[in-house]
Design a protein around this ligand. Structure first.
Ligand code: HEM
Length: 144
């Protein structure tokens, strides 16, 4: 079970990064071009939220239960117990808060700007939170 979840979680990191980059840069171009913030314009943010939510569920299942580094197994590693999960939760929070806040703005420029800031922040935190192979606790770029 751990192998399947870890495999999916590892692959899905690329979908999180791609969706965050798409959402951030489409919001930036919407702001720059003065486009209307229509239902269609919200698609990248909705896709990002969906992918990030699945990643959160997979991560939580390992953190709470499946992983040898799970908190229920004693949480032996500072990185896997605190740093990586908190970064992942922050990514998901930024995506959802950004989506809600942007929709509550009074004009389209404010909606685009808010979406851009939150989705860009989510992208940066995701990039920092991933265990890249260069790091001490790093993992491979692909799980195969
Ligand atoms: C949304 C952003 C996230 C990204 C991009 C991400 C990415 C990754 C990657 C690339 C790995 C290494 C996979 C491998 O070994 O090949 C990993 C492992 C792990 N992630 Fe995440 N993750 C995210 C969120 C989370 C969250 C929210 C949690 C927990 C609440 C979590 C818990 C874990 C755990 C426990 C492992 C290590 C399991 C083990 O090998 O013992 N992740 N993550």
């Amino acid at each position: 079970m751990l192998l399947v979840v870890l495999f999916a979680h590892s692959i899905l990191r690329w979908a999180v990064l791609a969706a965050a980059a798409w959402a951030a840069f489409s919001a930036r171009s919407g702001l720059r071009d003065g486009r209307a913030f229509t239902r269609k314009a919200r698609v990248p943010g909705v896709v990002l939220a969906a992918v990030a939510d699945v990643q959160l569920l997979l991560g939580l299942s390992m953190w709470l239960w499946l992983s040898p580094n799970a908190i229920t197994a004693g949480g032996r590693s500072h990185y896997w117990t605190f740093v990586h999960p908190l970064a992942g939760i922050a990514v998901v929070a930024l995506v959802h808060v950004g989506s809600v806040k942007s929709r509550r703005m009074l004009d389209d420029a404010g909606r685009w700007r808010t979406a851009y800031r939150f989705y860009l922040a989510a992208l940066v935190v995701a990039l920092l939170g991933i265990p890249w192979p260069l790091f001490g606790m790093g993992r491979a770029l692909l799980p195969f």
